[in-house]
Design a protein. Structure first.
Length: 353
């Protein structure tokens, strides 16, 4: 899952409140950046400059990543393709280590004299960052700045948005607009987002919002198809046991079939009758032609609105099929993570109707 962090001071630099607000903003963003990558998600940001709220998020994420044994998540930076910005990006790579970063430069907007129009150039990069993300966490931001516009766009694009409202500004404005929608999604209600302590639970909350997605209209009991590599059966064993204990309809094929031809008729039939297709994604899955064929068939049904896709990433292998790269995935690197994700989806999303 890619999480775009939007933040900024809500008062001007000459305000007596500026320094204290900036300190609170930077501490919160550092915590957010670290929590995002620690829970297996990619952090998406834009500005590499010292005065930005993005830089503390980058710093917090990099520090957590430096303690991880696995390569895992990345820090994705979208920025205008211009020399001074590129220099700042290079400084960050030298300071934190370039192996964690995925960099996306975007065209600059130019005036009649070929001068860079910075406001529009940054906005183009921020829109690209928003488009690439599954969810948005917002904190602060001036009403007159780009944060307000980006949050409005995120709402119209039905992105998952968590507006932390304790610094006021554009995030609080979005909180006000979404509070009745947020109320039933948050244990304790949307008013919890007015508390600075809400930053501690922010990533878990946006995960919960995403796990509540429904891609198909449910008018029948859930029917699961578990797709997994035969060389790695343990996660599929646990998932099948968990689903069957709840008396849910589960199909799991335990035989290999030849790649290059059509799927066997039995497999095709069970994919067609399932309304939840579960992928145990890992390097063995990515290298398996028959797993790929199953996934391809399920993706076509998903695009037609005929099934849901639950994608559990049990190692750091990146999603290969183009049609699946923008879908929400559930990092499940440990047994505890996998179990928590399965139960969360069952409780919030997979209740038979």
């Amino acid at each position: 899952m890619k999480i775009f962090v939007i933040g900024g001071a809500t008062v001007s630099k000459d305000s007596p409140e500026y320094e204290s607000e900036l300190d609170q903003l930077q501490r919160a963003m550092g915590r957010l950046g670290g929590d995002i990558v620690e829970r297996g998600h990619d952090l998406v940001v834009c500005s590499p400059f010292e005065a930005s709220a993005d830089l503390p998020a980058i710093s917090g994420a990099s520090k957590r990543l430096s303690t991880c044994l696995r390569e895992g998540p990345s820090i994705e930076i979208h920025f205008p393709k211009e020399g001074t910005v590129a220099s700042e990006i290079d400084k960050i790579k030298k300071e934190f280590g370039s192996h964690n970063f995925r960099l996306f430069s975007h065209p600059t907007s130019k005036g009649p004299g070929e001068e860079v129009q910075w406001k529009y150039s940054w906005l183009l990069s921020q829109i690209a960052a928003l488009e690439s993300s599954h969810g948005v966490i917002a904190l602060g931001g001036k009403f007159s700045g780009t944060a307000s516009m980006l949050l409005t766009m995120a709402t119209t694009k039905f992105k998952k948005i968590l507006p932390l409202a304790f610094l006021d500004g554009a995030a609080a404005q979005t909180w006000q607009a979404l509070r009745w929608e947020l109320d039933p999604k948050i244990d304790g209600g949307a008013s919890l987002l007015l508390d600075p302590k809400s930053v501690d639970d922010a990533v878990e909350l946006i995960e919960a919002f995403s796990s509540g997605d429904r891609s198909v209209e449910r008018n029948a009991n859930l029917r699961f198809f578990i797709s997994y590599p035969r060389a790695r059966p343990h996660e599929a064993d646990f998932l099948e046991m968990t689903l069957r204990r709840r008396k849910l309809d589960v199909y799991r094929d335990e035989s290999n079939f030849a790649a290059g031809g059509d799927l066997p008729s039995e497999i095709s039939a069970h994919i067609e009758r399932s309304n939840v297709f579960v992928v145990i994604w890992c390097k063995e899955y990515a290298c398996s032609p028959w797993c790929y064929d199953e996934f391809d068939a399920a993706l076509r049904r998903h695009e037609a609105g005929k099934n849901e896709l639950w994608i559990f990433c049990v190692d750091e292998t990146r999603i290969v099929p183009r049609a699946a790269r923008s879908l929400v995935t559930y990092p499940s690197y440990t047994r505890e993570q996998f179990e928590k994700n399965v139960l969360k989806l069952l409780e919030s999303d997979a209740k038979p109707v």
